[in-house]
Design a protein around this ligand. Structure first.
Ligand SMILES: Nc1ncnc2c1ncn2[C@@H]1O[C@H](COP(=O)(O)OP(=O)(O)OP(=O)(O)O)[C@@H](O)[C@H]1O
Length: 840
């Protein structure tokens, strides 16, 4: 969790305790020093008392000034006239808030801010609807700060306000704005979103005054964190309220609301506001003030406004909108040509699923269009998501492929183009996606890409609900460049890319198949072969869920034709989409937060409004191809499928990723690679084997045993070689000694001759039988677990060898053999040995 003002948990800064007027942190600190019983300290305290008094006086006077300020502001609340206000300074806002607003260059409030801040300051519930990019964030952040200020909130008072956002990026953005406008206040704020350290959040949540959270993570803390207490909470804000209240978050939000005190102020904001009575009842709103509703104040810069008592649906005035009709298989060619023609622009491309975003990003990176590329989707790790979000903020020309995770609320400056490559689910989604451009009175353009089957319904819906005359664009075929051949070549070269393409293919079909509005989305109208080819796939992947669905339908049809009575359960089963890979979270095309960060193969992001976070059965309407529209819309039930996460499944997933174990290379000063000592220690065949075969994880016990035996023999062999080497050195030493002895004494020469005669009997060959048997030595060593180190001196090693072999020699061995194995070697013995070795 990040804090607005980083302070160690054990060191609370000066905070005002409501009602007491005491500076709590300092008082405790002074008490702590006194308890130590240190007289010196006490005396020092006594000396400092005089110095401290003025400081305390200053604090007291500050407190008094705050009280006066609060009193004055409260008195002005009743006089707020939204129409007359031109500047923030005309609002009765605290000096700290006004200062921060001025520093952030927020001088003139936007219309939604003018209309909603007044009622919110008075403690009323507000339903705010205003066009995208019109400043709704400040419209709720300012009242939150003012409420806490007016109530002299301190860290020890716990959570005062909770702001809920449907996506993590939006929560992060709100948090960043809060840091700007609340920087002069002493409140602490926390960002509670999935993908962050849960333990860290747990210990600090109770110290936060303002929490900005996503619904899933908030509920998790409510369920699991005993330190988290919401009984002090006085303000609740839902940003993108219609999204928070839709069926996807229904259960989560109901559970969250149950934990809140019923006496609270609630602020709801969205560009496509909710107005259903049930939603408002769920939130326990009391006589809410409607801002931006029909008959009320419209969103600033709204291009169109409804006059009914419904939320205003509008797009920014300076947004230029157009659409193009294309076959599904021509989308990539169109997108490629579009990007090539807009290289110096900032573009967001919206697609239906995470896997499509991933594939487009990867293949376009390979194709190198000449513009920086990014991809933002829900299955990425949270840190990566934030990094990409910030990257897109910073860059002036870039193309970002995104799911609807970026469609709501995100305030990217100067986006030139929004391309809706896959059709939005409804008009609301169209508005939110389009609203990433032309924000806050800037210009922008939006291109909607529709397939022929989507055109009629979508365009009439836009005209009807937005009163919009959207322009149809004809693409000049001469300006189209198809990257198909290159894509096919890349897919042939990179199997992982091919797998990603296959996943993208299936995930798009699934998203269309599960779409609620079957008039708009008809998976059976798509040319699957052409679509697969457009993605670069030579072979069209099988679509098991469609095959099974059609098979069931056929069975049902046959039964009906035969005149058999079809039980209701069988009919329902036949109408059930067979989606073995649907996980419990069926999210909103990636727009919803994904608490699961793994890029799970089996995890499908389904763009559907009635997705259910808890995985309960959901009704769907499905249109059977060729059937009558109204009659064929039968309710479908997606079976509840809790996917078990087993170790085996995790291992399978890891294997699929084909992770390679890191290898270490060492280089010498010249930059040449050095052989890995460890691998050199291996027996040759073991080395060969590990080199031959790809290490695909797991342990092959039989093979390992064989390898170990082999390694053992290899080690023994190496040990024998070492021993032989050592003995050779010994012999050389002895030979030298013998040569010296030869020249020194003549008498000894005769004896030498005798010995030489003896030796000649043994074929003039060097007798090495006195050497210790390496096998015996090896066994003895291992039994004693004392392997001689190579650094040991030869003499020491030789003494040990001798003593070990002493017992094995019989009495009738030649004298020199026996004497050699003792420390007491006579001169005669030495000469005999020398003569034997030299063979003279
Ligand atoms: N009073 C103001 N003066 C100048 N700029 C403002 C003002 N209020 C907001 N802005 C700027 O306008 C931009 C859009 O604001 P914001 O993100 O709050 O819009 P929004 O209505 O919440 O959009 P959306 O519906 O997409 O969530 C931001 O960059 C913000 O800094």
């Amino acid at each position: 969790m990040q804090r607005q003002k980083p302070k160690g948990p054990g060191k609370p800064g000066p905070r005002f305790k409501p009602g007491t007027g005491q500076v709590k942190g300092k008082k405790e600190a002074t008490k702590g020093r006194g308890n130590g019983g240190n007289q010196g300290n006490q005396r020092q305290n006594g000396n400092n008392r005089q110095l401290k008094r003025p400081r305390e006086d200053i604090k007291k006077s500050k407190l008094a000034a705050t009280d006066t300020e609060i009193g004055e502001l409260r008195a002005k609340y009743a006089e707020i006239d939204a129409e007359a206000i031109k500047k923030f300074a005309q609002f009765p806002l605290s000096r700290k808030t006004l200062k921060a607003l001025a520093e952030s260059k927020f001088v003139h409030p936007t219309q939604v801010q003018r209309e909603s801040i007044g009622p919110a300051l008075l403690g009323k519930d507000v339903l705010g609807a205003a066009v995208t990019g019109s400043g709704k964030t400040l419209a709720f952040l300012i009242p939150v700060l003012e409420h806490l200020f007016m109530n002299k909130w301190s860290r020890t008072d716990g959570v005062g306000a909770i702001i809920i956002s449907p996506t993590r990026e939006l929560a992060y953005q709100i948090f960043e704005t809060l840091k700007k406008v609340g920087k002069h206040h002493d409140f602490s704020a926390g960002l509670i979103i999935g993908g962050k350290n849960l333990k860290f959040e747990r210990t600090r949540m109770d110290q936060c005054n303002i929490l900005i959270c996503t619904p899933g993570r908030l509920l998790q803390h409510m369920d699991e964190n005993p330190l988290f207490n919401t009984s002090t909470m006085e303000m609740l804000v839902l940003d993108e309220a219609d999204r928070c209240l839709d069926m996807g978050f229904q259960k989560t939000l109901n559970s969250i609301i149950e934990n809140f005190p019923p006496e609270r102020q609630t602020l709801l904001f969205s560009a496509t506001q909710t107005n259903t009575v049930q939603d408002l009842a769920r939130l326990n709103l009391k006589e809410p003030v409607y801002v931006g509703y029909g008959g009320g104040v419209g969103g600033e810069g709204a291009a169109a406004a409804s006059t009914s008592k419904a939320a205003v649906l509008a797009v920014p005035e300076l947004l230029q909108q157009s659409y193009v009709v294309l076959n599904l298989e021509d989308k990539i060619t169109m997108l490629w040509s579009f990007i090539k023609n807009h290289l110096k622009q900032k573009i967001i491309v919206f697609v239906a699923s995470c896997k499509q975003a991933k594939y487009l990003y990867e293949i376009f990176c390979k194709l190198r269009p000449g513009s920086p590329l990014l991809a933002l989707y829900g299955t990425l790790h949270q840190d990566r998501r934030i990094a990409i979000y910030e990257d897109f903020l910073r860059k002036s020309h870039v193309v970002m492929f995104s799911t609807d995770v970026a469609s709501r609320g995100l305030d990217f400056p100067a986006v030139n183009w929004v391309v809706q490559l896959d059709c939005p689910e409804d008009v609301s989604q169209y508005i939110h996606r389009a609203g990433r451009s032309a924000r806050n009175k800037t210009r922008g353009e939006c291109l909607l890409v529709l397939t022929p089957s989507e055109e009629e319904y979508m365009i009439s819906a836009l005209k009807e609900q937005l009163n919009l005359n959207i322009r149809c664009v004809q693409i000049d075929p001469k300006k189209l460049f198809s990257p198909r051949v290159k894509i096919e070549a890349f897919l042939a070269q990179f199997p992982e890319l091919r797998a990603t393409a296959q996943r993208a293919f299936l995930s798009y079909l699934k998203s269309v198949f599960l779409m609620r509005n079957k008039r708009l989305f008809n998976v059976f109208s798509l040319d699957l072969d052409a679509f697969a080819q457009s993605l670069g796939l030579a072979v069209t992947p099988r679509v098991p869920f469609l095959e099974k669905f059609l098979w069931r339908q056929k069975q049902l049809q046959q039964q009906k034709e035969k005149g058999d009575e079809v039980p209701d359960s069988a009919a329902a089963a036949a109408a059930t989409p067979v989606l073995p890979k649907i996980s419990k979270q069926q999210s909103f095309g990636g727009a919803s937060e994904s608490e699961d960060d793994s890029d799970d193969e089996d995890f499908i992001k389904v763009k559907r409004k009635d997705h259910d976070v808890e995985g309960e059965p959901v009704d769907l309407e499905l249109d059977v191809a060729g059937g009558d529209q109204d009659e064929s819309e039968e309710p479908l039930v997606v079976p509840k499928r809790e996917k078990l996460v087993t170790k085996a499944s995790l291992a399978k997933k890891a294997l699929k990723k084909n992770l390679q174990v890191n290898s270490k290379l060492k280089f010498d000063d010249e930059g040449e690679t050095l052989a890995d000592e460890r691998s050199q220690m291996k027996a040759l065949s073991a080395r060969q084997r590990s080199g031959d075969k790809d290490d695909d994880g797991g342990i092959d016990l039989v093979l390992s045993k064989a390898l170990l035996t082999e390694e053992d023999q290899y080690d023994k062999q190496r040990f024998r070689e070492l021993v032989k080497k050592r003995h050779k050195l010994q012999r050389d030493k002895l030979r030298k000694k013998a040569e010296q002895a030869k020249g020194s004494d003549e008498e000894e020469e005769e004896e030498e001759d005798e010995a030489g005669a003896d030796d000649s009997e043994s074929d003039h060959s060097v007798d090495l039988s006195w050497l210790p048997d390496p096998d015996k030595v090896y066994k003895t060593k291992t039994s004693q677990e004392q392997e001689p180190s190579e650094s040991e001196s030869d003499a020491e090693a030789s003494v040990r060898d001798e003593s070990e072999d002493e017992d094995s020699l019989s009495e009738d061995e030649p004298a020199y053999k026996r004497s050699k194995l003792t420390n007491k070697m006579t001169l005669m013995d030495t000469e005999a040995i020398a003569a034997s070795l030299l063979g003279s």
